[in-house]
Design a protein around this ligand. Structure first.
Ligand code: SF4
Ligand code: SF4
Length: 92
C-alpha cells in the first residue's frame, strides 16, 4: 500500500456553517455533575477561564452559572476553584 503524502489528502477543517456545535448538547455525556454553592463563590472566574466546553456562564456582575446543556462533567471547574465552591456529585 502506498502511503499518501499530505498533498493527497482532502482538505479538512472546513466549517460549512458557523455555530453548529450549539446543536450538540454535550450535557448528556456527563456522569458527574458540578454543583455550585453561590454562598462560597468569590467571583474569581477561574472556573470560567478553565472550563473547556465552555459551560460556565458569566453574569454582568461576574457571578457564574453552570450551563448543564453543555457541561460534560469533567470536574476541572471544581478542581481549580480556590474556595471549593463547586462540588462534583454523581449524576442521577
Ligand atoms: S465540569 Fe467541566 S465542562 Fe462542566 S462546567 Fe465544570 S469545567 Fe465545564
Ligand atoms: S472558581 Fe470558584 S470562586 Fe471562582 S468564580 Fe468559579 S465557583 Fe466562584
Amino acid at each position: 500500500m502506498k502511503i499518501k503524502s499530505w498533498r493527497d489528502l482532502p482538505l479538512g477543517g472546513i466549517i460549512p456553517e458557523p455555530k453548529t456545535s450549539l446543536y450538540n448538547k454535550t450535557g448528556n455525556w456527563r456522569a458527574m455533575k458540578p454543583v455550585l454553592d453561590n454562598g462560597k463563590c468569590i467571583k474569581c472566574l477561574l472556573c470560567w477561564i478553565h472550563c473547556p466546553e465552555p459551560a460556565i456562564l458569566r453574569g454582568d456582575d461576574d457571578s457564574v452559572q453552570i450551563d448543564y446543556d453543555y457541561c460534560k462533567g469533567c470536574g476541572i471547574c471544581a478542581n481549580v476553584c480556590p474556595v471549593h465552591a463547586i462540588e462534583m456529585r454523581l449524576e442521577v
